[in-house]
Design a protein around this ligand. Structure first.
Ligand code: EPZ
Length: 420
């Protein structure tokens, strides 16, 4: 991808459905033999991987313009390594398979560029529901003769686990008796999944708090659901507006999902106007550096950390960014430095001294959000930036180059789009 920097962004952009909501919701279709309809599903490679996994498990899957239909009449309980290894979020099929079939085999996810990403809390939760967990030949085998509700604490060293909360909810909805999840994640994506499970007939209380109570039921049925807007895509575009915009509006969003980012942008000196389903960012006057820490929702999202680092690199003064969720998630810093950013990393805190002007350079994307950060930095840079390994960005952003070009950017793909 080649980004020709220095152009002013202006106008409005429509935000797609949330990747991190859609993935576990697609996995939840495994819980029923009935027909499930999911709307506002973004067209992303991670979604494509999940649909392939569902097909390989035996589901009938159909997809047309953002609507996915799944029918999991007869399913297998083993997901093949070749596809599972491509996406860490494949672990979220463990919960529904265990809930419905009392058995699941999925490859253990390998290393991840954003740091060590264990799934010990998911596995401990399954054990507490009565399953046995075995890791053999690189696969996780989870088996149960019977699932029994239990009290499970999912709070780990770095806070609650998002996919872990989803996985345990999906196993517990069909367990006997009551399950209490303490230290549950409160992210909007967890709430969206719980809403789907409740539409399917599950009995869940306390969603959106750190204590979720689930009364197991015997059977679940089909559903129709519209996935919530992607708050991380929305946040990325707001930061694009901050870094290179005059007046930019993001539409089809839920503004309250972005409160922590809005507070940060306001503190930095941007004007923000929120309406029911949109936010407009306007850039006037001098900007101030920030001191930000990533935290579980409603705190500042780790998935926006890299993008904000790109913005802070262009604001005069000394900013700091501390990463509490994935302390090693700083691969983008070295690439930003190649573009002239002045950043020093100490442990999990980056000190960013704003520079007057970034300059275009050849850079390499290391993961999804890091690649978004490089695109944002490139928008503000002098001259062209060539970003390689942009397949990372297609995992989580639906046509980011097309959307930015509509706002006035000039971004070219020098190799064709990945076709799914
Ligand atoms: C989800 O990952 C998201 N992925 C991530 O988004 C996001 O960064 C993360 O939540 C945090 O918000 C999807 O929803 C598909 P966690 P998840 O379990 O659930 C530790 C993106 O860019 N932990 O909440 O896998 C873990 O190491 C992606 O879209 C354990 O110790 O993250 C981390 O420090 C990247 N043991 C913390 O908890 C476990 O068993 C939070 O991770 C599980 C997690």
């Amino acid at each position: 991808m080649i980004v020709h920097g220095g152009r002013t962004l202006q106008g409005e952009v429509f935000i797609s459905g949330s990747k991190n909501s859609a993935l576990p919701i697609l996995a939840a279709t495994l819980l029923t033999r009935d027909h499930c309809i999911i709307e506002n599903v973004p067209d992303l490679s991670d979604i494509h991987y999940m649909l392939t996994i569902l097909s390989m498990l035996g589901c009938e899957v159909e997809r047309a313009s953002g609507v996915v239909q799944v029918k999991a009449s007869h399913i297998k309980t083993e997901a093949p390594y070749e596809i599972v290894r491509k996406m860490r979020a494949s672990v979220c099929i463990l919960g529904p398979l265990l809930g419905r079939e009392h058995a699941a085999t999925v490859s253990l996810p390998g290393g991840c560029v954003i740091g060590d990403r264990p799934i010990d809390l998911h596995l401990r939760g399954f054990e507490e529901l009565g399953a046995t967990v075995q890791v053999k030949g690189g696969d996780i085998h989870v088996l149960a003769s019977h699932l029994q509700g239990a009290t499970i604490n999912l709070r780990g060293k770095y806070g609650p686990t998002v996919l872990g909360t989803g996985n345990i909810m999906m196993a517990a909805v069909l367990a006997d008796g009551m399950t209490v999840i303490e230290g549950a994640a409160e992210e909007p994506e967890v709430i969206d999944l719980a809403e789907v499970l409740m539409k399917m007939g599950a009995k869940i209380h306390g969603v959106g708090t750190s204590r979720i109570v689930i009364e197991g039921v015997k059977e679940l049925h089909g559903f129709t659901h519209t996935v919530i807007p992607d708050r991380i895509e929305a946040g990325t575009f707001l930061i694009a507006g901050a870094i290179a915009g005059k007046k930019l509006t993001v539409r089809h969003i839920i503004p309250k999902h972005l409160d922590a980012l809005l507070r940060a942008l306001q503190e930095a000196g941007f004007d923000l106007t929120s309406k029911k389903e949109s936010i407009t960012i306007t850039s006037n006057g001098p900007k101030k550096p920030l001191h930000i820490e990533t935290l579980p929702f409603p705190g500042f999202a780790t998935d926006l950390q890299a993008q904000l680092c790109a913005m802070l690199s262009t604001i005069e003064g000394v900013s700091t960014m501390t990463e509490h969720i994935f302390p090693q998630r700083f691969m983008h810093l070295a690439e930003l430095k190649r573009m002239g950013a002045n950043i020093e990393l100490n442990g999990a805190t980056a000190t960013i001294i704003g520079v007057h002007q970034l300059s275009g350079a050849p850079v390499m994307a290391s993961d999804l959000r890091a690649s978004a950060a490089l695109v944002l930095a490139a928008l503000a840079a002098d001259g062209p930036t060539e970003i390689s390994r942009v397949y990372h960005i297609d995992r989580g952003y639906e046509g980011i180059d097309k959307k930015l070009n509509k706002l006035g950017a000039r971004i070219e793909r020098v190799s064709p789009d990945i076709s799914f």
